[in-house]
Design a protein around this ligand. Structure first.
Ligand SMILES: [Zn+2]
Length: 488
């Protein structure tokens, strides 16, 4: 079924690129591999008009036939009783055919446009895709060995009393659309108030120059939650995750996601989420098929063990396309000429509300020590359908909001760390460094995978606006015309 979905999606892309003359790149192949049917359909609705879909349908009939044929072949192979190793080989072969098919599409696209100056990147794209898919496989394969290699230095400083550490990962939020960051419309009134007043016993800090390491979810979140970052050259296939380290240190770990848990290829993100002690993917059937992030509230753990630390990772749907499906009607605050921008702003407004509710719930019902929110990547809502597509890169796609809050108890125990962070609000930070920062904050900096030079809360933090990178290391953040640097 998944493969059939893949073929469907493939065929539409085929038509799209023939019709639009765009060039397919490796990260798009991966994005396709990581998506699921529902997301694919949403994408189509967003990106195409009616006549385009008709044209694509006509173009794609032969491809559909090919897809059906392959699916039948796959199905027949599957029904034969064969060892799982063999089945895995065949699955990989089919994934390979899938990629080769895309290469063919790209070659066609490039032949058509060679006069427009596109170089032949078919080989690079193939190499990149194969490399990434192989790393994904190896990440899963090496995990047991990697987990057993986690060690803690006994002499490291003790964390404060047991408590709850919550990390909220946003979706497609561009900080330029947050009034907290100076946006012209009041999209984030609740966070603005919290930052301005600091009157609820928690110290909130927001970072002006935070960027994502990439423009797509899986790569960004994988880098955020593992020791792989753009600076250390670590290989994903030997990566260790924050959740693995927290598990090993005796934390209760929770993964609560409003994003779908199913993708066509098992990505490291799937593996990371599955390693949490408790996993919840919020039901997709509620609200007439629409998924609202506040549903997460009902899925938060009911009882937390006060004798243990808890790490709760929450993955929001945030401002994923279509924006207008991300918030209930009563949050339709902005409307007018530029509908798509208003819808995006409404989704940001709703995210502000969701963060506020999650914070209030956790601070009132648990011994909440820390809460953080960072988006997986940004978005350029004016590029509908390509709002975070690397091929259409603008810095809007990587400028992310990043806010953290500490309880009074935490402040008492680790005031130095909080003060260091307070002094760094204008420093450049990329969200692939969340891993080290979270180890620092949760008192797990004695883990052998922790590096203080990547920890924003450490005196030794060595990333700055001069050397910070994005697009998986391909682009210096200093090229961002919107960068405010260390002065404001
Ligand atoms: Zn995303």
């Amino acid at each position: 079924m998944l493969y059939l979905g893949a073929y469907f999606y493939a065929m539409f892309f085929y038509g799209y690129y023939l019709a639009n003359g765009g060039v397919l790149e490796g990260d798009i192949i991966l994005a396709i591999a990581q998506t699921n049917i529902r997301e694919a359909l949403t994408y189509l609705e967003t990106a195409f008009s009616g006549w385009q879909i008709t044209l694509l349908a006509a173009l794609s009939l032969p491809v559909l036939f090919w897809g059906w044929f392959s699916f039948r072949a796959f199905h027949r192979l599957h029904s034969l009783e064969m060892p799982s190793e063999k089945a895995a080989v065949i699955e990989r072969a089919l994934a390979g055919i899938f990629i080769v098919f895309f290469m063919f599409v790209q070659a066609q696209g490039m032949l058509a446009q060679s006069s427009k100056g596109y170089g032949c990147q078919a080989k690079q794209v193939l190499a990149f895709s194969v490399y990434m898919l192989r790393s994904y496989g190896n990440f899963e394969k090496n995990r047991a060995e990697i987990i057993s290699s986690i060690r803690f230095d006994e002499t490291a400083a003790e964390a404060p009393e047991k408590g709850v550490y919550a990390l909220i990962i946003g979706e497609s939020a561009n900080r330029d659309h947050w009034s907290l960051y100076g946006y012209q419309y009041d999209t984030t009134p609740l966070m603005n108030r919290r930052i301005a007043r600091q009157d609820d016993g928690y110290r909130f800090i927001y970072f002006r120059n935070a960027y994502s390491s990439f423009t797509h979810t899986v790569e960004s979140v994988t880098n955020a939650l593992t020791n792989v970052n753009q600076y250390n050259g670590e290989d994903l296939s030997r990566a260790v995750s924050l959740i693995d380290i927290a598990n090993k240190a005796g934390f209760d770990t929770y993964w609560i996601s409003n994003q779908s848990g199913d993708s066509m290829i098992v990505t490291p993100l799937t593996a990371i989420s599955m390693s949490a002690g408790s996993i919840k993917f919020v039901s997709e059937s509620r609200n007439g098929g629409k998924i609202f992030d506040l549903d997460i509230l009902d899925n938060l753990p009911q009882r937390l063990n006060p004798d243990r630390n808890s790490l709760i990772v929450i993955h929001l749907m945030g401002s994923h396309t279509k924006y207008r499906d991300r918030y209930p009607q009563e949050f339709s605050k902005f409307s007018g000429a530029e509908d798509i921008i208003n819808e995006y702003d409404n989704s940001i407004g709703y995210t502000d509300y969701v963060i506020d509710r999650l914070f209030r719930h956790l601070s009132e019902n648990t011994n909440l020590m820390f809460i953080g929110y960072v988006s997986d990547h940004g978005a350029d809502p004016s590029q509908m359908g390509n709002d975070h597509n690397t091929t259409h890169f603008v810095f809007d796609m990587v400028r992310v909001p990043f806010v953290i809050g500490f309880s009074e108890k935490y402040l008492k125990a680790r005031g130095d760390l909080v003060n260091t962070l307070s002094a760094r609000t204008h420093e450049c930070f990329t969200n692939d460094l969340i891993f080290d920062l979270m180890l620092g904050i949760t008192g797990l900096s004695s883990a052998n995978y922790y590096r203080k030079s990547y920890d924003l809360s450490s005196e030794s933090y060595s990333v700055n606006c001069g050397n910070a990178l994005t697009l998986l290391g391909a682009k210096p953040v200093s090229e961002d015309p919107g960068l405010t640097g260390n002065t404001e």
